[in-house]
Each structure stands twice: as C-alpha cells, then as structure tokens.
Ligand binder design. Sequence first.
Ligand SMILES: NC(=O)c1ccc[n+]([C@@H]2O[C@H](COP(=O)([O-])OP(=O)(O)OC[C@H]3O[C@@H](n4cnc5c(N)ncnc54)[C@H](O)[C@@H]3O)[C@@H](O)[C@H]2O)c1
Length: 674
Amino acid sequence: MLKNMDISNSMTIKLDSELPKHPGFDPKYRRAPKREVTLTDREIKLALKNALRYIPEEHHEKLAPEFLDELMNMGRIYGYRYRPEGRIKGENIDEYEGKCVEGKAMQVMIDNNLDFDIALYPYELVTYGETGQVCQNWMQYRLIKKYLEQLTDDQTLVVMSGHPVGLFKSNKKSPRVILTNGLMIGMFDNPEDWAKATAMGVSSYGQMTAGGWMYIGPQGIVHGTFNTLLNAGRLKLGVAEDGDIRGHLFVSSGLGGMSGAQAKAVEIANGVGIIAEVDESRIKTRIEQGWVSKSTDSLEEAFKIADEYIDKKEPMSIAYEGNIVDLLEYAVDKDIKIELLSDQTSCHVPYDGGYCPQGLSFEERTDLLKNDKEEFKKHVDKSLIKHFKLIEKLVDKGTYFFDYGNAFMRAVFDAGAKEIAKNGKDTSEGFIFPSYVEDIMGPMLFDYGYGPFRWVCLSGNHEDLIKTDKAAMDAIDPNRRGQDRDNYVWIRDAEKNKLVVGTQARILYQDALGRRDIALKFNKMVRDGEIGPVMLGRDHHDTGGTDSPYRETSNIKDGSNITADMAIHCFAGNAARGMSLVALHNGGGVGISKAINGGFGMVLDGSQRVDEILMNSIPWDAMVGVARRNWARCENSIDTASQYNKKFQGEDHITIPFVADDKLIEKTFNNLKK
Ligand SMILES: NC(=O)c1ccc[n+]([C@@H]2O[C@H](COP(=O)([O-])OP(=O)(O)OC[C@H]3O[C@@H](n4cnc5c(N)ncnc54)[C@H](O)[C@@H]3O)[C@@H](O)[C@H]2O)c1
C-alpha cells in the first residue's frame, strides 16, 4: 500500500496542505437541524475515515475529533472548517479562474447555490427543499472548484454524489461535467439506507437544481405556480380563458426555498393569497425581498385583509405566521370559503423537519426533532391526519385542493390515513385528490412540451438580462396557443415583477422548439458581442427529464409511471448530444426512491459548436417526454407528436400509439369472465 506522502505526490489537484482556520458561523443565518444518526459504531468509524480521505495526513489527528463532533451533533460531517470565510456569491464569470468558459460558468452556478441570500441552510450546503445539497461537505466544494479551474475544453469532470472522482479526456463536443446524486441500488433504495450512506459520506441528496448547480432562487418555481394558479382558476372557478384570478382566494403554506414563490405568483396572477409559515425568519426574508406583501400572526386579520382585496379585485399576498393546520381549522370553524387550496411544506421529508406539526412552535419542533425523534414523528403523523381531515371538510364545501408536488398526500398516507389512497389500501392507483400535474400542468403544459426553460446571464449584468428578456419575448407568438399568450405576458412583465434573487436569471416556460429558437438567438447575441456568455438549464418540473409518479408523471396512466426509463434516456441523450453539464438524481422534489430526474446545463459561448449542440439537444430534452407521454396515450401529447412527425418528416420520428376502444376491451375482458 502506498504511503500518504506518495499519494499526495501522485496528485496535482488536491486540497491545499495548510489547514484553514475555522471561519465560525454568523448567527444571522439559518442552520440545518441535526440529522438523525443511525450509524453503528463500525459505520461511525467508516464515516470518519471517509471524510479524512480529502485531508493530508498531518491534519488527521486534529480533524478526526472535530469531524466526529460534527457527525454526532449535526448528523453529518460538513467539514465546516473548509467553508471559505464570509459571503459566497455567484460573481461575474470573469472573476473566476479556469481554462474553459464552462469551467468558470459552473463555478458561478455553484456559488450562487450557496449564497446566503439564496441557500436555505448555507453552512450545511443546503440550497432548498430542507435537504437538497450542492455537495456533501466543504472539502468537496473546494476540490470541485479546483477541478473546474483545471478543466479544459476536451476533458470531462466526473462527480458522484458531490465527490469529484476526477478529470478524464473526452472531446470538445462532450459534456464538461457529468454528475449524479443519491442513486442507490434497488434493494437499498429507501430513505433509511440512503440516510446511512449519506452520514457515511458516500451519497448526497441533490434535489435537482441544488446538486445539479442550476438553482435560480425561488423565481424558478414562480412561473410554474403562476401557470398553475391561472389554469386552476380557469378550470375550477369559471375564469375566462384569457382571464386571471383577480377577486379569488388561494391558501397554502410554506415561504421557504421554493414555496416562497407562492405569494409572488398569486400576486402576479392578480389574486389574493394567504400563506402560512411557521418560521418567522423565512417570512422576514420574503418580506425584505418583496416576495410577500403583508405579514400577521392573527388569523382574523389575515382573512380581513384578504376580504378587502378580494372585494377590490386587487392583488395581495399575506404571510400568516403560524401553522397551516391552525389556519385551516379556523377557516372550517368560521365557515370561511377558500376557493383554491394547496400545501407546500417539505413533505418529502416530513420526519426530518420538513413538516412542523400543529401544537409545536418552530423552535419546539427543532428541539423535539433533535432530542426525541420518535415523539416528533408521532406529532407529525397526528398533525398530518388532522390537516387531511380539515382539507376534506373544505373540499366538501367546494374548495379545490390540489397537491402541489411536495408529496403531501404520500405523507398523509404514510402517517396512517390510508383513505387518502384511491383504493384505500395502497398508492398504486393514486390518491383521492388530484395532483396539480394530473389536472393542470400535465394536460395543459407538459403534453405540449412546455417546461421550465431558464437562463443565467453569466456576466452578472442586469442589462444582459433585459436584452435576453426582450429577445425571448420577440420569439413568442402570443396568438398561437393560450399557453403562449400566458408565457408572453410572463416575460413581458418579468422585469416589472422584480423576480431576480442572486444571479441575473430568468425562467420562461417554453415548448421544445420555442426553447431551441430562444437558445439559438441567445447564442447569436453572445457571438455578436451584445451580451456576455449565458448558461441555459431547467428544473425537474418538466415534460422530459423526470420520472416521478406522484408529480411530474402523475398523469401517465398506462402503468409505466413506476418506471424511470425516460429520465435516464433524457440524461443519456443530453450527454450524447454534448450538453455542457448533465446530471441524474434520485428523488428530486419528492424524496429518495420516489423519483429519478435528469437535468442539464448548457453554456452559450457564441460558437458554431454550441449552435450545433443546441439544434439537437434542446428539442430532444423536451421531446423525449412528449414521445413517452404520447405512448402513454396522453391525448394532447399524441397531437403534439403527430405534428412533430409531420414537421420533421425524413428526420426525427416518434412512434404513436393506436388507441383501442374501451368498449372492445371491456367486451373482450368480460368474455374471459364468462
Ligand atoms: N411543485 C413544484 O414545482 C415544486 C418545486 C420544488 C419543490 N417542491 C416541493 O415543495 C416542498 C417545499 O419546498 P421548499 O424548497 O420551499 O422547502 P423549504 O423546506 O424551504 O420550505 C418549506 C416551508 O414550510 C414551512 N412549514 C413546514 N411545516 C409547516 C406547517 N405545518 N405550517 C406552516 N409552515 C410550515 C417551513 O418552515 C418551510 O419554510 C418540498 O417538498 C419540495 O420538494 C415542489
């Protein structure tokens, strides 16, 4: 076995030999709760040994007890000492060292994900969704950056669950980064085994844009929420096809990383929203950012303000500082009409702090979680069941409740209310309430290929963002479909709505060819020197990249929603076509073992090479989803696929299903029974 000295000499890319000073913590910023430690003694020793793999031997004696302390007190080894001091921020791309534009661009994206203004728990490298990390620890952060500084335009960096495995030769049209997060072997693909793997430092939950380095702050979800609310109004409240939800009330919970978008979206859709949030600090952040307009800890006052704005038909968002279950109980008791209702607590991890049970303040929840997890779980289960019963009462009185992709119904089921499942015994046939994808996003957007296309102006110049907004708007024909009209309005008003938090970024739902045309236009603008380089990407809330039976693929009804072939193909196809970064994650949005999602990042440097990659990769990324949805007999996807086949005759071609008559199936089946 080689000695550590020889090992050090055999690497040119490694952490610096001097031990950084522990930078400490600024109490202003939120800290992650302690994660439960379920490791055996053998596994605790392994965790220590694993973390020390990054560290030169001369520091092992000092760091071993420090890391053990982190593990036992925080449930993970974060390597706090290796966090650079002060604020981390996505800077202008020119501020970064690197041998290719992609290497520098990825650093902007990583740093943006860890910005104090952006990240949910910046010290624990959690960007959003309670547990979604950029990478596992600060040693990895430093090492990834060193690799990105060395990356050339004919190499690929390989990152497995936050660990930079190394740089390998590829070619100029290959991805510069291929990364995966949290992928587990089937028999170990469950939250318990994953939690052990993570505590041992061999796995990471990246959500998607946290570990895929593509987060753009809560703006990322505002457009989807805006679309959902508009279309929920049209579907359930009799709002006109080109109307918005003025004069209507939406109630939900959560003003966190993603859920923070709800208040903003309801105002952009001209409606009135009350959003419950138990953590005062998150309300403060959203008020300061202008993402929620008013705040109160009185339910009477919250509903009074709401009434006033409903009557005036003017937009308003109100943060209620308290538990959503208290709010719903109040509404039921006082017979208050809630028209649209959802929930966006972090129910993909209800027992890890994602859901605050009724009866506990936010601080009490944190203490109980730390000191008595079993008791905490009991509180969560009781509260979830009560939450569900209150929703049932409201739905009986005409409320439209939809699950907003946070695994709420699954959590209620796991808490013991089996009656939330359609068949009352398991989740194989789905739940009694629709998910927003089943009713709204699936048929109205994903089936056409519309999804969360996004870009970041890497120069950091706001003028670049304004120019790209204008260029994107000019590429949309608002008269083609209703969806295009909504998207046009969105991008037209984006600047006015002050959506940017962190890097100069924008989200715009677009279909496959809309995305391609905008991408090509931006690349030309870079080539012509009108703007600096741009990073394109998307999140998991899309047509193609995600297999997630309770969410993105909840309107897939041919039985294939328990498979993950599409997400893997999306990822592999994006790699084959040369996207700058391709990523594959376990669990994004809904939790380990409940979803697989593939993502991408594409750096526009103005080159012809990038034009060629965009032509093939951008339509593929969305059309793989349309093709699969069409095969699952989603009606609007069949139309989209058939039009695509006509347009690309002799080039691309999608297999379209023949649809059997239900009566024939019934008749044939009945013969079997005779
Ligand atoms: N539909 C989508 O497109 C979409 C996108 C991203 C994330 N999500 C899901 O939405 C959920 C929330 O994501 P996030 O990033 O905002 O997470 P987050 O953890 O940052 O925010 C959730 C917020 O809910 C609050 N909360 C918890 N229990 C509460 C209760 N009982 N009453 C009131 N407030 C309560 C928490 O204090 C927290 O601020 C996650 O499950 C995530 O996976 C959905």
